[in-house]
Design a protein around this ligand. Structure first.
Ligand code: 3HC
Length: 684
């Protein structure tokens, strides 16, 4: 049963029952429609609709979006509720999102519990509210709030929704409160569709369009949503509803919605593999070694999820610095209202910093976030092993180093795994869990359990230089540097990639992280680099010139005021010079060509990563690229995008590039196999 119903005192109680989140599928729609007829036939005085469990309804069932729409359609069901002579009241027991909020809006009244939230997050799935949301919401809350809610997609808590006149009351027991509503008062309530629509406000629409263009560039759904809201004002409700529905259906089967759905379900499927044979270790006390930006961010992320944290640093001064960094993060979150005063105090109480490893004793997990150097990391792990229980798990936050070599220093190397966080660690969603040659299932299961508590997206990676994400990044940068050396400027490369959908291009991004990190990596790789691989020396020249990025006021760009970037002709000249010495005849690359090369380079590298078993699936590559490296979410991730190009087309383009440089562009055998078997890249 997807919709439960019963009658008591001539009042109908309708409960949406489709666990886990009461997504509105065909059966729920059918059940609601039947409930309208049932209530009318029984001449009920009112119907109180609520959701079973913690959720009111999480919106239309997005799993149905790939198939043809099935009757009854949600707009028709909601019209039936809105137009029924039996008034419906929504008792909003938990989140009411998308179609869930639209059900509530079709009711004559809305009463929410204090824990409830309402939202129209459809644009985050690449669609618009498709069951009257763009029409009913402005009639209830006014144009400005409706535009912000529908284009932003963020939910509103119950009290804010009350202030915005979205709902009529907040009550600990919304069902009882709905029962108690005075019959006369209820009788005076006008059906939402009959409420007058707000007046057109051209300036407000223009301002919203500008905000959307800035915050969600190239995304279609928010623009379509704005149009639907505009077209729905001062117009016949049912005509406008037909147009809204058509726009929804067209977006639903478009490439952006498919990509965003892929991301949504991919993220929810990121869970511990069923093949893990061990249970996670219970965690209460966690040690973090190293209190720099990364270590402090990790420590705060842990404190925020109620773990006790001991942070180990090298000496008094370093302990003081690390403590300050953690304190700053607690304060910043508190000031922004993300944690209450009491939670901030509790975070401080759970935190301890010291330069004595013995303080870490009793921790069941240690996360090493020290300087990126093999000897330093091995020393840290040895010291941890000496003070922690034999059962405790050890982990390293290394971005590139070989975990097997690190584990060598331990008596029991199975205790060690990689937990690769991304900066800022308390914000970024991705967590690469790196499985070393000896890593135990207990360690991995513990990593996954930690990711779940921290609400991070875990992706399992094997050992190689840079694991999944940084290895892809290295190839991306190499392709960018080659294009730069052979004909472009960093700003042309950056602009091309911003047009592709990145928030910033590779050069601006590297100015933020610092050119010295990549330099240290290049020196580390000197001994093992394939001598036949072309080496682009421009970045080394930048180091010689002291251009390390924003922190030195100049990197690939200059930052005269410390904030805004300007192009630097000296940097462009470096490429001319180096190309001259290397005997390169420079070519002009179009933006399309730059994009083609950088993206193909990453796809080919990703294919090798899959071929070597470093990543488990193409979907994992998508999770990494979207959640850790700024690949445009609305393109679904690197391999989802690759699938839209097709393996055969990719291989033929790579083969053409291979004639230019057979080492850098060597076509991955994995891609060749995909092309030969006509297999979908995304399904691998
Ligand atoms: N459709 C299908 N499945 C959904 C779903 C939806 N709208 N929302 C959640 N689910 C599934 C998830 O895939 C997950 O499945 P799994 O257990 O098999 O992995 C399960 O429900 C639980 O979801 P979460 O892991 O996300 O649970 P949380 O408790 O962390 O979050 C939530 C719950 C806040 C409801 C969150 O799931 C969410 O934000 N859902 C999407 C809401 C949304 O975007 N709604 C709009 C849909 S489009 C629409 O309504 C169009 C309409 O206007 C016509």
């Amino acid at each position: 049963m997807s919709v439960l119903r019963r009658i008591e005192d001539n009042v109908g109680y309708v409960e949406i029952d489709n666990p886990p989140v009461n997504a509105i599928n065909q059966a729920v729609r059918q059940g609601l429609l039947e409930a309208v007829d049932w209530a009318e036939a029984a001449m009920l005085t009112r119907v109180i609709v609520t959701g079973k469990g913690r959720t009111f309804a999480a919106g239309a069932d997005a799993k149905e979006f790939d198939a043809a729409p099935m009757e009854p359609h949600l707009p028709d069901v909601l019209n039936a509720i809105d137009e029924s002579f039996v008034p419906w009241i929504a008792a909003i027991n938990g989140v009411a999102l998308g179609g869930g909020a639209e059900i509530a809006m079709a009711c004559r009244m809305r009463i929410a519990s204090p824990q409830a939230a309402l939202g129209l997050p459809e644009v985050t799935l690449g669609v618009i509210p498709g069951a009257g949301g763009t029409l009913r919401l402005p009639r209830l809350v006014g144009l400005e709030t409706a535009l912000a809610l529908i284009t932003g997609g963020k939910p509103m808590n119950a009290h804010a929704a009350l202030d915005a006149h979205w709902i009529h009351a907040v009550d600990d027991d919304p069902i009882e409160a709905a029962y108690m509503v005075n019959t006369e008062e209820l009788g005076c309530m006008v059906p939402t569709w009959e409420l007058p629509s707000p007046a057109i406000d051209t300036e407000l629409f223009e301002a919203t369009e500008k905000t959307v263009a800035r915050k969600m560039p190239q995304q279609v759904a928010p623009i379509v949503a704005i149009n639907c809201i505009r077209e729905g004002l001062n117009r016949d409700f049912h005509d406008a509803l037909t147009d809204e529905r058509a726009a929804f259906l067209s977006l639903k089967s478009g490439p952006q919605a498919k990509a965003l759905r892929h991301c949504f379900f991919n993220e929810r499927a990121a869970k511990a593999p069923a093949s893990l044979s061990a249970a996670p270790l219970p965690l209460e006390h966690i040690a973090v070694v190293g209190g720099g930006t990364m270590g402090a961010g990790i420590a705060y992320a842990l404190l925020n999820k109620h773990y006790a944290v001991t942070l180990i640093e090298t000496d008094d001064a370093a302990v003081k610095g690390a403590t300050e960094r953690v304190e700053n993060l607690i304060n910043a979150s508190n000031t922004r209202g993300l944690i209450t005063d009491a939670e901030a105090i509790a975070c401080r109480q759970r935190f301890n910093a010291s330069d004595e490893y013995t303080q870490a004793a009793g921790a069941s997990l240690a996360i090493e976030a020290a300087f990126e150097d093999m000897a330093v990391k091995r020393d840290v792990l040895t010291q941890l092993e000496a003070v922690l229980d034999d059962s405790a798990i050890l982990s390293t936050n290394t971005s590139y180093l070989n975990i097997n070599e690190m584990a060598d220093c331990l008596k029991d190397p199975s205790r060690l795994m990689g937990l690769h966080f991304f900066a800022p660690a308390h914000i970024m969603k991705l967590l690469e869990i790196v499985r070393g040659e000896h890593t135990s299932d207990t360690a991995l299961a513990t990593g996954y359990a930690l990711a779940k508590t921290l609400r991070k997206i875990p992706v399992l990676a094997g050992v190689c230089d840079g694991f999944i994400g940084n290895r892809l990044l290295a190839r991306y940068r190499e392709a960018a540097d080659t294009v730069f050396m052979d004909g472009s400027t960093p700003w042309e490369v950056d602009e091309a990639m911003v047009e592709f959908g990145y928030a910033m291009g590779p050069y601006e991004a590297q100015d933020l992280s610092g050119l010295d990190i990549a330099f240290a990596n290049r020196r580390r790789q000197d001994a093992t680099r394939d001598p036949n691989r072309r080496y682009i020396p421009i970045a080394d020249r930048m180091i010689e010139l002291g251009k390390l990025g924003r922190k030195t006021g100049a990197g690939w760009y200059r930052y005269p005021d410390g904030k805004n970037k300007i192009e630097d002709p000296i940097v462009a000249d470096l490429a001319l010079e180096e190309a001259h010495f290397a005997g390169v005849t420079r070519t002009e690359y179009s933006a399309d060509e730059i994009r083609r090369r950088l993206v193909l380079a990453m796809i080919n590298e990703a294919a090798d990563i899959l071929d070597e078993g470093i990543a488990q699936s193409a979907s994992d590559i998508d999770l990494v690229t979207v959640n850790g490296y700024g690949f445009p979410r609305w393109r679904g991730g690197l391999m989802h995008y690759a699938d839209s190009l097709g393996a055969e087309a990719i291989v033929s383009q790579l083969q053409q590039l291979e004639t230019e440089d057979p080492v850098a562009w060597k076509v991955s055998p994995w891609l060749l196999r995909c092309a030969e078997s006509d297999a979908s890249i995304a399904d691998q």
